[in-house]
Ligand binder design. Sequence first.
Ligand code: PMP
Length: 383
Amino acid sequence: MHSLDAFATAKLVDLDARHQLRRLIPTARIDGVILERGGRRLVSFSCNDYLNLATDPRTKAAAIRAVETHGTGAGASRLITGNHPMIEELEHRLARLKGTEDACVFGSGYLANVGIIPTLAGGNSLVLTDELAHNCINAGAQLAAADTQAFRHNDLDHLEELLIEHRDRYDHVLVVTDGVFSMDGDLAPLEALGALCVKHDAWLMTDDAHGIGVMGRDGAGSAHLKNKPVAVPLQMGTLSKAIGSYGAYLCASKPVVDLMKTRARTVVYSTGLPPAAVGAAIAALDIIESEPDFVALPVAKAQRFTAALNLPRAESPIVPIILGEETRALEAQKILSDAGFLVAAIRPPTVPPGTSRLRFAFTARHTDEDIDAVVAILRERIL
Ligand code: PMP
């Protein structure tokens, strides 16, 4: 065998032995929460499409209109010829929703974080990240070639210790956290984090991939839970979850956004967003801003679930059921799948060893009957 193939095969064998081999399974979106996999229709609790807007007739129609007007691809980087007018309309809409001066869109959430963080944190900078921050935040920090340290999850005292110890040695300190943690569903204490960053002259950045569209006033996200939003100077998020499309954004001040548009490598050297994704995202924002009762549904469904299982009240649409070893999570996934429910088992390295889990993501169109049925299976056969 060629040494390259031998290398890859040995890696795969090792991952399989540790129950960490992942396989792609063809999965068709039928409508809302219904997926088709292996010839079977399943009710999915594993889509981040919290408002089911990816299959909504209004967003689909907007995507089709955008293709008819602007074509299927942007054709080049935005700095060359790919800056079609809908992109700027989307940026304007995002900035308005978040209450910032401006916004810059990116190709995806992953591309956003690996573009934003190195643009802000080069040279003599320190990046402090929550230990449970999403993988692409850490990838961005690595690419920045800045010094990086993790603070204990949501631990303000630990963060302050690090700020006191290190602040003076660096020109800039960037503190990055998820707004809603993707695998645990809990929220960052943004008000206190914001105050701490002001006190120690650090820049706060949130990744609100799982907050936009489902949390706070007008679905503006986890910095907007109260009447007065928390002043987060760098608000990043994706268009791929509640917005039901693809792409991502940074909402920030005009100078910061201008800097991104001229220096962020994943803007400068990457093709502009495709018109269909932009059209669908704008239509999704129209729906989100005009239907507050609809926006509140995913969290309400999650709270029905946590109440039925006597778990702490859900704070977001995401609820983990932590089972421990990989095999327990995989067995639970199989039991639910046999009963017609798709709930992904999440394993290391996505989550820390020993915390493999079922991750439930609730959406507007889950019925009470769906929720009660999975609760019964969990009670009788899994927990
Ligand atoms: N940040 C967080 C917190 C996420 O959960 C994800 C998606 N898993 C991303 C960023 C990446 O976003 P995208 O899927 O748009 O690349």
